[in-house]
Ligand binder design. Sequence first.
Ligand code: AMP
Length: 342
Amino acid sequence: MNIPKCKCDENRSLNDGFCCTCPTTSHEMGSDDFQVPAIPLDRPQCSSQSNVKEAQKPELMNDDKKKEWLPSDFEIGKPLGKGKFGNVYLAREKESHYVVALKVLFKSQIHDSGIEHQVRREAEIQCRLRHPNILRMYGYFHDEKRIYFILEYAKHGALYTLLKQHKRFDEKTAAICVRDLTKALIYCHSKKVIHRDIKPENLLIGDNYELKMADFGWSVHSPSSRRMTLCGTLDYLSPEMIEGKPHNYAVDIWSLGVLCYELLVGLPPFDAKGHYQTLRKITCVIIKYPDFLSEEAKDLIGKLLVINPEQRLPLTQVLQHPWILENAPEGTRPQFCTIEQK
Ligand code: AMP
């Protein structure tokens, strides 16, 4: 039998599409080892507007058909991206041909970083959430070396990549993203889940350009008075988190304000040369608005980026804010078109 080989130095046999030694995407299977169509013919076009019923989906992803998954249940396609602890691949379930994104995490790296608890929580929380603006996690499984998350495939990738390509978005596009994220957060908070890591890197874009909140690695079931280890980007942290105070749902409202600014301006509001300056700008709420921002956009951002968590604009009122009503009427989708930079 002709067993495919990995393109890494060791030229190892590929076990179910994965090399048994190398953790990086760079020298795994070439994308031409096999082709997975972006959307298989039998996949329903899911979107926030669609009325596709759960029952029309391939059986494997229905809640009452839970099964024990194995890596060999999936054909592995091209790498979609690389995270800190593993890689994400386009994949297809062999029986139904349902296309998914398979996130593969290495147990050794998770163990070395002491984040087993965080990974377990991410899976448990995300699996239970059902909302058009939240990336579905259909299930998870593990083998000796790896943990696998079976995720909804977001065809247009990370919002972060689109933002870097466009530098900044026009007000309509930004408002539609803010509207969709607000809806996802209202749902999460109603399920007593605080995301705690809202940023463009953790927002994906689906088939019809609908926003999908992902990456629940830092999420918690509230109420929470946990201290959070500061890691990654500081730009989205709320003043109460920086000061190690107890925090609640309002940390996500703060991050929504930071995101709104970054989508419109291309840089987060508290961007500075060093960590210390960023922290100082956040705790003193020092924000500079460029001239091209509309008064309504500034008004919304100002009502979200408020030091006192109790005084931040409630999410239901974000949806009623004049800037959202004017720029993001129900049913509109982001265009992600290039705007002239001033
Ligand atoms: P992560 O490890 O979750 O940070 O993912 C790393 C990168 O993989 C992201 O920045 C995306 O570009 C890509 N990615 C992750 N999940 C998906 C998905 N469900 N659909 C499409 N691309 C994804």
